[in-house]
Design a protein. Sequence first.
Length: 109
Amino acid sequence: MSDLEDKYGLLPEIPEHIMDMLSDEAKDFASLFKHDVEGAKRSLHGEIDWLKENKDFLGRTVETSIDAILGLYSDKLTHKHWVDLQILLLKSVLFVLHSVNEALKEKAQ
């Protein structure tokens, strides 16, 4: 088994209709972020908190991976830009997790 097959081989394929659904959700989140940053933060933190409470270390893993990446640019970003990027990157990872979850639900049916 190749390294990449070992890393990603068990992940389900994502059907186009799930990708389309999440694309619409991403547009909605982008609009919320543009017009109500605090509302976007609350929504995001609600999802992260749920993952932390219900999926062992998954929520913390998502946060840690994003914060580690952003740490590479901490001297180049203002605090506001850091927080904005953190929100957007966290939500991006959540979209991927959501798509995998939807694909697994379909596969189980």
